[in-house]
Write a protein that binds this ligand. Sequence first.
Ligand SMILES: NC(=O)c1ccc[n+]([C@@H]2O[C@H](COP(=O)([O-])OP(=O)(O)OC[C@H]3O[C@@H](n4cnc5c(N)ncnc54)[C@H](O)[C@@H]3O)[C@@H](O)[C@H]2O)c1
Length: 350
Amino acid sequence: MNQQTILVTGGAGYIGSHACIELLQAGFNVVVVDNLCNSKTEALSRVQQITDKTLTFYQHDIRDKAALADIFAKEAISSVMHFAGLKAVGESCEKPALYYHNNVYGTLVLTEVMAEANVKQLVFSSSATVYGECGCTQYAENFPLGPINPYGRSKAMVEDILRDLSAADTINQAKSPWKIALLRYFNPIGAHESGLIGEDPNGIPNNLLPYIAQVAIGKLTQLSVFGNDYPTPDGTGIRDYIHVVDLVKGHIKAIATLEGDAFGPGGCKAYNLGTGRGYSVLEIIDTFQKVTGQAINYKIAPRRAGDLAECFANPELALKELDWQAEKNLADMVADTWNWQTKNPQGYMQ
Ligand SMILES: NC(=O)c1ccc[n+]([C@@H]2O[C@H](COP(=O)([O-])OP(=O)(O)OC[C@H]3O[C@@H](n4cnc5c(N)ncnc54)[C@H](O)[C@@H]3O)[C@@H](O)[C@H]2O)c1
């Protein structure tokens, strides 16, 4: 049984709570730090209910250096999974300073405290939004970066900072160098198969599948499909959707890889976490209707500025170096989303 302790920042959130389940089930001790700005402690209660294991929770902002240092002093942390961040692209355009302060400065504080505690293994939640438009559809890790909104830029900035921290180890001949995995998520969807935890968006969902699920359950009246004149087979945008449980399994593999010999003495590497297959908006709606038997009221609306026609991952590097690949299909993603939505129509607010 593995008794290492992992600090999960943002562990009460959508992806972080699923990661806590996988970590506890894999035998790790789990310590969560979350300021609950976009989550509820009920998610953590349910994580413990699902796993029949306990975790330790600290309600702090990661920008509170003293509070964070205190956690490292109290807990024997070996690695950090860093999910804490703000993630709404639209909001990031309205409040860019908030996004840079939370996502970039927050990570600086975290890495400072980690370095002081000599904990230098980190798995970071990056995003496919760091990629620039390259005139292609399938993105590999070595493609040029060029995010087009403050949220994406905050992720790209953190990637740069983490690469620089790691590079400085070589110059300074650090005894214990950083080992960092930058995991670039494509479009995480779905929920734990128990239906006890899932995505609980505040207000109107930004993402397609939670939106569809809320239309199906009657909380929202109609879905707008933004553009049906893209150069794709049915004219709607194509994205790489990945089941959240597959995604968090990639994090467990990343932790194992950082600790093993394969990662070498240290370094900072990016990995795409996607399925490598894209689905169009109309394919998602069609699958949702077939899997759930619910009709989805939708209309075609004009394209949104900044949306690409097609974008999906090249996931070969994660398979080769992390020994990870997605296993669940679109029907699983839809069925699990619907299971969560119908069991929790008000999210965690019962
Ligand atoms: N969900 C996606 O589609 C997606 C895609 C790519 C990358 N990501 C990244 O993955 C991470 C997790 O995303 P999620 O979907 O679970 O989001 P989420 O909002 O559900 O979870 C983020 C958690 O971090 C916490 N948090 C935010 N700022 C904090 C701070 N300063 N101090 C302490 N806690 C803080 C929030 O309360 C929340 O519980 C984020 O960094 C996000 O940018 C998400």
